[in-house]
Design a protein around this ligand. Structure first.
Ligand code: NAD
Ligand code: ZN
Length: 251
């Protein structure tokens, strides 16, 4: 409780807070994380199923892995996503930098979302260049049918998500770096902070003088750079922080 109050006091005074999220924020929406206790990496080889060379070798393996995460494609935002959107409406949070591809921040009402690893929204045929909306494949995918190009029949229909071995969208990354350097408070939610270059952003914020807050289920490799660390479930902690922020703002 004390830590929640400390975090809220810092956030209530912020003029330009930035939130940085990872798979952990969506865990309570039913989407498995990669790492952590029930992480998918315990079951799958990331080199095989989530790399660009793996996709090109065997798109089916990629889609079967995605089926496992299927719920994410229809998951609902949880109280943590809503709490962050509320902090934006209150004028405190100016940007959400996310590693997630699930679009749940936008669906919870966040307006300025920087998707470092892309999203499932659009897909491209790597053979003929045709583009698709995810919605066009959703119904079939639910029945276990994997996407295939309707124009050229290719199996290489790839969602615009960043796989291992692919570059991050450079403009988004640059904007995220700028935001990290200029913010006065940097809040990490649900990230193991081991995926680079995304994991550099907290260090940039720290070295630019931001106050650092972390909400995560377990300690991370970067714990030493945070002023306030709260270990627990994001969906329970963030709404409590927002309540406290409101209280601080009233007094
Ligand atoms: P990660 O899987 O490496 O780490 C998740 C972290 O969240 C862990 O440290 C875990 O302890 C913590 N966590 C788990 N449940 C939590 C909860 N309820 N509340 C707070 N914290 C919780 O995630 P990452 O750092 O985002 O890196 C994984 C990569 O995988 C990212 O690049 C991301 O693009 C991708 N990914 C995305 C999704 C998604 O879109 N929802 C899901 C899985 C993986
Ligand atoms: Zn095609």
């Amino acid at each position: 409780m004390e830590e929640i109050r400390r975090a809220a006091e810092i956030i209530a005074k912020a003029k330009h807070a930035v939130v940085f999220t990872g798979a952990g924020i969506s865990a309570e929406s039913g989407i498995p994380t990669f790492r952590g206790e029930d992480g998918l990496w315990k079951k799958y080889d990331p080199e095989e199923v989530a790399s660009i060379w793996g996709f090109k070798r065997n798109p089916r393996a990629f889609w079967e892995f995605s089926m496992e995460m299927k719920d994410k494609l229809f998951a609902e935002p949880n109280p943590a996503h809503y709490a962050i959107a509320e902090l934006e409406r209150m004028g405190i949070v100016k940007a959400v930098i996310t590693q997630n591809i699930d679009m749940l921040h936008q669906r919870a009402g966040s307006r300025r979302v920087l998707e470092l690893h892309g999203s499932m929204e659009k897909l491209d045929c790597l053979d003929c260049g045709e583009t698709y909306d995810w919605g066009e494949f959703l119904e079939d995918f639910n029945k276990g049918v994997i996407p295939r190009c309707r124009k050229c029949n290719s199996w290489y229909v790839k969602p615009r998500v960043v796989l291992f071995g692919e570059q991050l969208p450079q403009r988004t990354l640059l904007t995220a770096m700028e935001e990290s350097r200029k913010c006065d408070v940097f809040i990490v939610v649900g990230s193991s902070l081991v995926v680079y270059p995304a994991a550099e952003l907290p260090y940039m914020a720290k070295s630019s003088g931001a106050k650092m807050i972390m909400v995560n289920a377990e300690p991370t490799v970067a714990d030493n750079i945070f002023d306030v660390k709260i270990y627990g479930k994001a969906g329970e902690i963030l709404p409590r922080i927002v309540e406290e922020v409101k209280r601080f703002r009233q007094t």
